[in-house]
Write a new protein. Sequence first.
Length: 117
Amino acid sequence: VQLVESGGGLVQPGGSLTLSCAASGFTFSGYDMSWYRQAPGKERELVATLTSPGVMANYADSTKGRFTISRDDARNTVDLQMKSLKPEDTAVYYCNARHTIWNVEFWGQGTQVTVSS
């Protein structure tokens, strides 16, 4: 099982970035997909979740209207489009897969997003 995140980096405040997560080794369509983030000294928090088969999306209040989660079940990928980025969005972003029925979940290794001028 692998979840591989990509697309992180350094961006200026107000800028945009798209994170991607490529999944392999499990039946992607059977899992709800989420993005979490963890800033230094803080707990990991949920950023956005998209159910399988992608009919319901939920966002943290701090990201509503700025972030968009999407999934492609044909390519086994989940993306997070981030706009109007703020310094407080700086964190390591993690991809998460959770089975829709069973208590099984997988995590990626994370990708660093830094918002700074």
